[in-house]
Design a protein around this ligand. Structure first.
Ligand SMILES: O=C(O)c1ccccc1NCC(=O)[C@H](O)[C@H](O)COP(=O)(O)O
Length: 271
């Protein structure tokens, strides 16, 4: 595990422990189980469309690699813009310390858009999975390198039971092979693989990381390219690989006009 991931995971364990003292697991569980069926995130990111690639647009205020990304940050307004632009799903960073996110942003966004919504955070405990569902999330992201294999599988199954899709994030071939060998993986209709193009050791991004790992993913539509997408050429390359979707945050959120940037990256003639 990289230093930054190790640091975030240690902080998360402590954060969750404190959270549990404020709102006990049983209460969060009850709230989660009272929620209806999730919007279908799996379908939104794997379906074929005219664009040739689906878009998960991320609401991202700040990050460890970039610092503050957007000063006039209005999460609901950004999500509405993404929906208007034709995004297929919304990702919301809910981590407070490193990304200046909030779980409350997700709940508000869910009420204002019709798209499926992903809770993007660092999951270390089932508590957060119930919490995600209770807040309105339709999907969660599990970082394989941050979890023991059995725990990863437990959280994946729990998400599916709560009708949420899980993106299982990997960065290396070793970790992808380990995920593939998990008994019970994939959970049909509820799991996809995300390849993070950002190396969390060096914080550098290399869009070709997705291409290098793609051969190990049988159904390319169940593959998501994450991080570092900056140009139309990047999108073209990823489309060529046949990935189902791209997860993009910083490039859109740092642009003075999110709408113009979205068009620049994803517009197709006749749309
Ligand atoms: O973005 C970071 O600096 C970062 C640092 C440490 C752990 C995770 C990090 N990013 C989370 C993400 O996965 C991205 O927000 C997501 O893939 C979108 O990436 P981008 O389009 O490059 O903002």
């Amino acid at each position: 595990m990289s230093d930054i991931l190790q640091e975030i995971v240690a902080y998360k364990r402590e954060f969750v422990r404190e959270q549990m003292q404020k709102v006990p697991l049983e209460q969060v569980k009850e709230q989660a189980l009272a929620m209806g069926k999730s919007r279908n995130f799996y379908k939104a990111v794997t379906k074929r469309n005219r664009r040739g690639i689906n878009v998960i647009a991320e609401v991202k205020k700040a990050s460890p690699s970039a610092g503050l990304i957007r000063e006039d940050f209005d999460p609901v307004e950004i999500a509405r813009t993404y929906e208007k632009c034709g995004a297929d799903a919304i990702s919301v960073l809910t981590d407070e310390k490193y990304f200046q996110g909030k779980l409350e942003y997700l709940t508000r966004i869910k009420q204002e858009v019709k798209l499926p919504v992903l809770r993007k955070d660092f999951f270390v405990d089932e508590y957060q999975v119930y919490e995600a569902k209770a807040a309105g999330a339709d999907a969660i992201l599990l970082i394989a390198e941050a979890l023991m294999p059995a725990q990863l599988m437990d959280l994946l199954i729990l998400a599916a039971k709560l009708t949420m899709t899980a993106i299982i994030e990997v960065h290396s071939m070793d970790s992808l092979l380990q995920v593939r060998s998990l008994e019970g993986f994939p959970v049909a209709g509820y799991s996809v693989i995300g390849v993070n193009n950002r190396d969390l050791k060096t914080m550098t991004v290399d869009i070709n990381t997705t291409g290098r790992l793609a051969d190990l993913v049988e159904k390319k539509r169940e593959l998501i390219a994450e991080s570092g997408v900056k140009t139309r050429e990047d999108v073209r390359k990823l489309k060529g690989i046949g990935v189902g979707a791209v997860l993009i945050g910083q490039t859109l959120c740092q642009s003075p006009s999110i709408e113009d940037k979205y068009k620049e990256l994803f517009w197709i003639p006749g749309q």
